[in-house]
Ligand binder design. Structure first.
Ligand code: TRP
Length: 83
């Protein structure tokens, strides 16, 4: 049987969805979690109050955790972390 390569197992997410995080406070943290069997933090981004991060879901990032007071814009809607 033909060997399966990793590229076959993960979706093609070069065109992955974008999301936006706007920090409403100092020290908002945006954490990227790895795609695949092993779900772990791979990147932590600190935002100052008023800073905006525009990011994408990629081959390496399947989930994102937002810590602190922020507004998150996705295609699914707008989420205020305090509500
Ligand atoms: N190198 C990471 C990646 O390509 C960069 C990244 C993309 C990221 N989206 C993210 C880091 C979301 C943290 C959160 O996946």
């Amino acid at each position: 049987m033909e060997q399966r390569h990793q590229a076959d197992e993960v979706p093609d997410v070069n065109g992955g969805d974008y999301f936006v995080v706007k920090a409403k406070d100092q020290g908002v943290t945006v954490i990227g979690l790895t795609r695949g069997k092993d779900t772990r933090f791979h990147h932590t981004e600190k935002l100052d109050k008023g800073e905006v991060l525009i990011a994408q879901f990629t081959d390496h990032t399947s989930a994102v955790k937002v810590r602190g007071k922020a507004v998150v814009y996705t295609k699914h809607g707008i989420i205020d972390t305090e509500e």
